[in-house]
Design a protein around this ligand. Sequence first.
Ligand code: ADP
Ligand code: MG
Length: 273
Amino acid sequence: MVSQSTIERPAAAADVQTRGAAPRIKLAVKDLTISYGKAVALKEVNLEVREHEIFGIIGPANAGKTSFLKALNRMDVFTPGMRVNGDIEFNGRDTRHLNNIYALRSRIGVVFPLPVGLPMTVYDNVALSPRWRGITNKADLDVIVQRCLTRAALWDEVKDRLDALGSLLSGGQQQRLTIARALSQEPDLLMLDEFSIAVDPVTTMRIEDVLKELRKEVTIILVTNLVQQARRLADRTAFFLNSECVEIGVTEDLFTGEVKDRRTRDYVEGRFG
Ligand SMILES: Nc1ncnc2c1ncn2[C@@H]1O[C@H](COP(=O)(O)OP(=O)(O)O)[C@@H](O)[C@H]1O
Ligand SMILES: [Mg+2]
């Protein structure tokens, strides 16, 4: 893994300049193939994610969903044996040949299936990224911490114990803390990988409400093992199966409209997976 000192955000994010006029297409993926050694995890995927949409990705285990997210934020660099071919443009800029992948990674917030709390207080979990960006003034940090925790629907529950270790929160709270921390990066793109796998249904619904609000500000890629979650949240959804992107469509069409591939309907109706 990378030591913290090497993941400091560069002062000038020259490689991926995302502020200013944003393109309508947030992410363009062309002929993306991912392999681990000789095993192909994802084959020739072509898709686009539009700005401010919630883009769902559904599919059974081992379909290649997580690998796809890893390619987007250049986790391949830290994953031995992982090879990525094809083009990925983020905000119209090629991400495959960057001099500085940290500038890219700082624009992309990631939430994993299990909360990965940093071994520090609730406050510091959220203040870490702003501090890396050079914000050191306590009053400024306070505002950011409160805003991020509020946006993650966690503020009311933790405002009196900001100095407690994040690991002491409940599982559902920790997952929301992870979201608050992702938001503290001020990401352009938020990627969630099966966020609700270890979260109770009530927290899941709260987080779903959070995502509906957040889409006004960020583009969201939602990988989910729950097809009904994709149906509730995603504007468009891709169905991954056995290392292929079988179908991409308006989410509701996958459930009730025309599908191009019967396996899509079989999957969303629970006939396998
Ligand atoms: N680090 C890795 N090394 C080798 N193979 C991997 C690695 N990560 C994933 N794979 C393989 O890639 C395929 C896709 O995995 P993954 O992207 O995790 O799928 P999903 O998230 O849809 O379950 C699987 O066959 C898995 O075993
Ligand atoms: Mg996965």
